[in-house]
Ligand binder design. Structure first.
Ligand code: PMP
Length: 357
């Protein structure tokens, strides 16, 4: 059998071996149901148990109480780009967006279909190689402020949470549960699950209950947070397997603990940035150290020849997923929670060998 690759992809990201093992066991037989998880009825008690355990784990790991609802929604991250303005941006109203990368920009473009959008800050002029400065004044008249905690394509991450008096909404797709964070500061946060939380196609949405009272637009039930909460994420035929894989990821995260996960993530990122910062060949896309992401490390090579040669060397050494996004070029190494320290050490050694050559 072919050896499993070292996977530094930006998403779908690698899943821990234990999670893959449990998921494949459940495909053959789910508990004592006599069914595969793929055949499990979405309105039965077994799936309800999965949904309830997911909710309890999210609340525990994020340190949020019963003031919040937890939803599992289909359509990944982009569906939330639609649902947030549909639900919370009244026509004639305005929402504030922080433009810190392509995903942030796409979120704001989606919002323009429903109401006014104010770009409160942008770092587009520097090809998003730094975080934009948080605006000193945010109007109380805004329906909400949306920002992206980690910019997957460019490798910047917001390590200090901004202050606003209007509801704060965050896309945490690429750094959810990767470090300690005060989640109670958010009125809503969401994450496409394919990085730290499971298999692509779903988004986890956490919404403070009082936000449900702000929905004024008439919406079809599938698009309405109020209806989705009422139906406990089981309005349509749910993605039972996807939610189950997220449950396995949540159990794995709890078992490891956020303390240990954050410590390891910091170590992995530090090792790699150190290697790049001392390299005669490679240069980090993000020079401002305080803006650097622990999850996505973006860098370029000094020549196209070196870029191609390093990709080829990685390929020969069973490493996949390090090619940078086309908006930045070069390389992007994603260090999500399930990427091991050993895999990063191996890559750093390879960088050293490459430079010697
Ligand atoms: N937000 C962020 C920060 C992302 O990294 C991504 C995908 N990489 C998305 C949103 C979009 O997610 P999806 O592809 O599930 O729509």
């Amino acid at each position: 059998m072919q050896q499993k690759k070292i996977n530094f992809n930006a998403g779908p990201a690698p899943l821990p071996a234990e999670v893959l093992h449990e998921a494949s066991k459940a495909i053959r037989k789910y508990k004592d149901t006599g069914l595969s998880i793929l055949e499990l009825p979405h309105r039965g008690k077994d799936f309800l148990e999965i949904v309830e355990e997911c909710k309890a784990l999210v609340k525990e790991l994020c340190g949020i109480g019963d003031a919040y609802e937890v939803l599992w929604m289909q359509g990944g991250g982009r569906m939330q780009f639609c649902m947030i303005p549909m639900n919370f941006l009244p026509s004639g109203g305005s929402a504030g967006y922080i433009d810190s990368g392509r995903w942030a920009e796409e979120a704001l473009e989606y919002a323009t279909h429903y109401g006014g959008v104010e770009i409160l800050a942008t770092s587009k002029q520097s090809n998003y190689s730094r975080l934009p400065a948080w605006p000193s004044i945010v109007s109380d008249a805004l329906a909400y402020v949306h920002f992206t905690t980690n910019n997957t394509i460019y490798g910047t991450q917001c390590h200090h949470m901004p202050e606003t008096r209007v509801p704060l909404i965050a896309d945490m797709s690429s750094d959810i549960l990767s470090c300690h964070r005060d989640y109670t500061r958010y009125s809503l946060f969401y994450a496409a699950v394919q990085k730290n939380l499971g298999a692509a196609g779903l988004a986890m949405v956490v919404i403070r209950k009082d936000m449900l009272g702000r929905i004024s637009r008439s919406l079809p039930p599938m698009m309405s947070f109020k209806e989705q909460v009422k139906e406990n994420s089981i309005l349509n035929t749910a993605n039972v397997f996807g939610v189950f894989v997220s449950l396995l990821m949540l159990r794995w995260t709890k078992e490891k603990g956020i303390d240990a996960i954050e410590k390891e993530n910091r170590k992995k990122a530090h090792m790699l940035y150190e290697a790049i910062d001392h390299s005669p060949v490679f240069t980090a896309h993000v020079q401002e150290k305080a803006h650097r992401s622990l999850m996505n490390v973006c860098f370029t090579a000094n020549t196209l020849e070196n870029e191609k040669a390093f990709i080829a060397l990685c390929d020969k050494n069973n490493i996949t997923g390090i090619k940078g996004h086309r908006f930045v070029g070069g390389f992007r190494v994603s260090l999500y929670n399930a990427v091991s320290l050993e895999d990063v050490e191996f890559l750093v050694e390879l960088i050293g060998k490459f430079e010697k050559k």
